[in-house]
Ligand binder design. Structure first.
Ligand code: ZN
Length: 179
């Protein structure tokens, strides 16, 4: 169901939506399906290309139910369309990222820890929101998908790519710096 790394759709720049398109039943249904899929796979976020739709839509949700990131600040279900991310700091943070399209792997990625997101919500209303810490990283991860990028592209050190069992055994707690 979720496209895996190597599928060409994950490498395409997704198409922006017009405001008219956002209101169509097709797009509204796609958004609902994306939320369901994200929850079904215990993901923090999901981008439309991951479900084989090359459109600039992503969903994100950081809840208490998500077992991967128990200490993170919660983010309610957020739908963002045609996003533009602007870093608000040069300071980066390292997070061992995972991805529903890179099953079974984690990799250490450094990204700006404070960003501004400008996008449209599912009603076509403009969103301007700042995010810090893990939420900022998650927004950047999902936005990358809409531009044909996967987290491994952002890795500076490929020795920090690991299967989940080895990650837990050898790297847990390493460089997860929210300061
Ligand atoms: Zn991903």
């Amino acid at each position: 169901k979720v496209a895996q790394m190597g599928h060409p759709i994950l490498r395409k720049v997704a198409k922006k939506l017009t405001e008219k398109e956002i209101h169509t039943p097709f797009i509204q249904q796609l958004i609902d399906d994306m939320i369901d899929t994200m929850r079904e796979y215990d993901g923090v976020g999901l981008a439309a290309p991951q479900v084989h739709e090359s459109r600039q839509i992503a969903v994100l949700e950081i809840t208490e139910d998500n077992p991967r990131y128990p200490e993170e600040e919660l983010v309610p279900t957020t739908i963002f369309i045609n996003p533009v991310v602007t870093p608000l700091t040069k300071k980066t943070m390292g997070v061992w990222e995972g991805c529903l399209s890179v099953k079974g792997l984690r990799g250490l990625v450094h990204r700006p820890e404070h960003i501004k997101l400008e996008a449209l919500d599912r009603h076509g209303k403009k969103i301007v929101q700042e995010y810090k810490g893990f939420a900022a990283v998650a927004i950047q991860h999902e936005t990358d998908h809409l531009f044909g990028k996967i987290f491994v592209d952002q890795m500076a050190d490929m020795t920090k790519l690991a299967f989940i069992d080895e990650f837990k055994k050898y790297h847990l707690g390493e460089e997860f710096d929210l300061e």
